[in-house]
Design a protein around this ligand. Structure first.
Ligand code: ATP
Length: 238
């Protein structure tokens, strides 16, 4: 059995009176790229926010390398090794690309390794080196996505979670981002992708989970899911 980095069991979460996630159970394999797909409003973002500690779980457990992180605050989850690249990038206006990247490392004290990681991020996304001094929010959507992913990498996570990698980006850019993520994954970093674009997600990931109205409805190897008649009909228009 491959090693599991993240294990979720019976998770429930929501907002006020509204329950969004129901009895979610899933496993993310260490060292792999895993995806969670589903339509708009299925609860994918809510799931990532619950893992990150931004929303408190109402039931169930979230374990990172066997240790419970469910209900921990966001800094504790980040410190435990989970980075969250939010939907819409959320870069800081008025701060340069370099400063936005360095914000990802704000909990770290290992300066020499932080400098090496900054170099790695700029090697992976060369445009960020070119634009290092520019206000990050003045860049194109794709460049901002690279910066947001870079900021996540700068926290030296063991699990990098990305919400809507491809949203609003041209297909060629998505391809470039995907290649970069595969390179990052080859360094041993586990990646959890959340996507509405099912084809892109299943192409990058080795394993996937389908979420519909807050419940996991299907799971399997990406190739198997991509060939499934229900998925092809519901999400690929085939
Ligand atoms: P998207 O990709 O559009 O973000 P999603 O699958 O990530 O979709 P969520 O954003 O998790 O879905 O939303 C799931 C449900 O929770 C939706 O019905 C949404 O209206 C509801 N919801 C999201 N945020 C809040 C909030 N702050 N307060 C109340 N309900 C919310």
């Amino acid at each position: 059995m491959p090693e599991t980095i993240l294990e979720i069991d019976g998770l429930a979460a929501g907002y006020g009176d509204v329950q969004v996630l129901w009895d979610i159970s899933l496993r993310v394999e260490a060292g792999a790229i895993t995806c969670i797909v589903g339509s708009n409003g299925a609860g994918k973002t809510t799931l990532l926010r619950t893992i990150s500690g931004l929303i408190a779980p109402r039931a169930g457990s979230i374990r990172l390398d066997g240790a419970e992180i469910g209900g921990a605050d966001p800094d504790a989850v980040l410190g435990a090794g989970v980075a969250h690249v939010p939907e819409g990038r959320r870069l800081f206006r008025g701060l340069s690309v370099r400063d936005n990247l360095m914000l990802g490392a704000y909990l770290r004290r290992d300066r020499a390794q932080v400098a090496r990681d900054l170099d790695f991020v700029m090697e992976t996304f060369p445009i960020l080196r070119e634009r290092a001094g520019q206000d990050a929010t003045t860049m194109s959507g794709g460049e901002q996505q690279m910066c947001a992913i870079g900021r996540g990498i700068m926290s030296a996570p063991r699990l990098l979670m990305i919400d809507e990698l491809s949203l609003g980006l041209a297909p060629r850019l998505v391809e470039t981002l995907g290649e970069a993520l595969k390179e990052v994954n080859r360094t041993g970093l586990s990646i959890l992708l959340v996507e509405q674009d099912v084809l892109t997600a299943l192409d990058l990931a080795s394993h996937g989970f389908v979420i519909e109205t807050g419940r996991v409805t299907m799971t399997g190897a990406s190739a198997q899911l991509a060939g499934d008649a229900r998925i092809r009909e519901a999400y690929m228009g085939l």
